[in-house]
Design a protein around this ligand. Structure first.
Ligand code: AMP
Ligand code: ZN
Length: 474
């Protein structure tokens, strides 16, 4: 079944048709690496990981290319590197800061059960491609050089503003940016700028003598072209990126290549706030992924990464999300039930539940997928085939990946249950009952009870046979 996805560009949910079904291509704007990633940054990472898993399921894992970049050149990075590594040369300080931050980012999102993207390009490793794009845009009359800068000429593109649905006049009226005197038009944006002392610099394009560095938007145009081609399927990021970042990526890529589009589908996740307020350092509610999973700072508890992920997926990706302790506690309860259900059982390969696949295929309806999971949990407890399907479905959402279930519910380690033994005893008890050996059947029931297992007998209305189900007590 082909998914349908909401496209910010057309403001509609549309059936998704890949340009090339044997190579479905997706680009998502990744982090700017100068500090710990916060829980808002985790949202696009988790949301687009679910989409990546769904696309792999639908088109085959070998037929999906997912690029998520690292922005490792930026004003905030320069400032933080100078502050943290005053003894190092700027380039070395920046590399040290960004390497440490990228390693931490990887640790954080691995805890959230996020798959590695196919390619994770770093901006600083794609400078020649950015330089080439600047030159191409100038050659084609879409950009100009002024005072060591290369600027995109917004008036050269007739449909600039289509993604954010705003005309240039509206944008100019709403703009609060101070207009640099060298700009031809107030909305013209920087493709390349001169490097100041202490900033990293590279040889500049278009005959500019002084070294310079790229603007933010050109990075994504260059990296997506290099790894996915001039036109690809899906481009994603947080809703704050739609304007100006994505609008400007579209302008650069389409005008440089003379193409009618950059990506077919533009997807944006809604914003995250914490306990009803915008997350900010000054309000003291700024929370990093690392603090959630490794400290007791939020709600007095340490939260397992899969719990964080499940809590995030409880809200549809396009809705704003209010990040609360309550949501995390609910997700933890569900994963505890899952852990109890899976404890001690051998899991076989299976396809995920088709209703969940359908819910995800409907513009990633994760809240519906989770409520279906709740509904099928009971039958998964009874029936090994349903259990295998249940686990494959959890894996499609990335909320469980086959790790030890004691990690999801540490209490389980003390209540170790041998599932195969439980099932063997239940079969023996049913056989004893059939043979009317009630003494033996009661003995087995008591033994199971001592193991912490509660039995429930019910009559199958069709066959009249007794069917026994079980659960872990309390
Ligand atoms: P940045 O490192 O600021 O460039 O952001 C990386 C990604 O996180 C982008 O896709 C942003 O849109 C997203 N993002 C940042 N803050 C939030 C938030 N509070 N809620 C949801 N997404 C966010
Ligand atoms: Zn980007």
């Amino acid at each position: 079944m082909s998914p349908s996805l909401y496209n910010t560009l057309t403001r509609r949910k549309e059936p998704f048709k890949p340009l090339d079904p044997v190579n479905v291509r997706m680009y998502v704007c990744g982090p700017t690496v100068y500090d710990f990633a916060h829980i808002g940054n985790a949202r696009p990472v988790i949301v687009f990981d679910v989409l990546f898993r769904l696309l792999r399921h639908v088109y085959g894992a070998a037929h999906v290319t997912y690029v998520r970049n690292i922005t490792d050149v930026d004003d905030k990075i320069n400032a933080r590197a100078a502050e943290r590594h005053p003894d190092l040369a700027p380039e070395a300080g920046i590399r040290t800061l960004t390497d440490v931050t990228v390693a931490q980012f990887h640790r954080d999102i691995r805890a959230l059960g996020v798959l590695e993207p196919t390619v994770e390009p770093r901006a600083t490793e794609h400078i020649p491609e950015m330089v080439a794009l600047c030159e191409r845009l100038v050659e084609r009359g879409h950009a100009y050089v002024a005072e060591g800068h290369v600027l995109f000429d917004v008036s050269s593109m007739v449909d600039y503003g289509k993604l954010s649905n705003r005309s240039i006049e509206e944008m100019e009226a709403g703009a609060r940016v101070e207009v640099a005197p060298y700009k031809k038009g107030p909305m013209d944006f920087v493709l390349w700028k001169p490097s100041k002392a202490g900033e990293p610099g590279w040889p500049s394009p278009c005959g500019i003598a002084a070294p310079g560095r790229p603007g933010w938007h050109i990075e994504c145009s260059a990296m997506s072209e290099k790894h996915l081609g001039q036109v690809f399927d899906i481009h994603g990021g947080g809703i704050d990126l739609a304007f100006p970042h994505h609008e400007n990526e579209i302008a650069q890529s389409r005008c440089a290549h003379g193409t009618p589009m950059m990506a077919q589908v533009w997807m944006h996740n809604g914003f995250l706030q914490v306990e009803g307020e915008k997350m900010s350092k000054s309000l003291g509610n700024f929370i990093t992924i690392n603090e959630l999973v490794a400290t007791r700072r939020f709600g007095g508890s340490q939260w397992h990464g899969r719990v964080v992920r499940l809590a995030m997926l409880g809200t549809h990706y396009r809705q704003p999300i209010d990040w609360t302790v309550d949501k995390l506690a609910q997700a933890r309860n569900m994963l505890r039930d899952v852990a109890r259900l899976l404890h001690g059982s051998a899991i076989g390969p299976a396809e995920p539940n088709p209703e969940v696949v359908a819910a995800l295929s409907d513009d990633l309806n994760t809240p519906k997928a989770i409520s279906i999971l709740h509904g099928i949990m009971k039958s998964a407890a009874r029936n090994p085939a349903a259990r295998d399907e249940f686990v494959a479905t959890l894996a499609l959402l990335g909320v469980y990946g086959g790790e030890s279930v004691e990690a999801l519910d540490p209490g389980l380690a003390d209540r170790s249950i041998d599932r195969a033994e439980v099932e063997r005893l239940i079969t023996a008890r049913l056989a004893a009952r059939k043979a009317k050996d009630f003494k033996e059947s009661d003995r087995i029931r008591d033994r199971l009870s001592a193991m912490g297992i509660q039995l429930k007998d019910a009559k199958d209305p069709k066959t009249g046979d007794i069917v026994t189900t079980w659960e872990v007590k309390g």
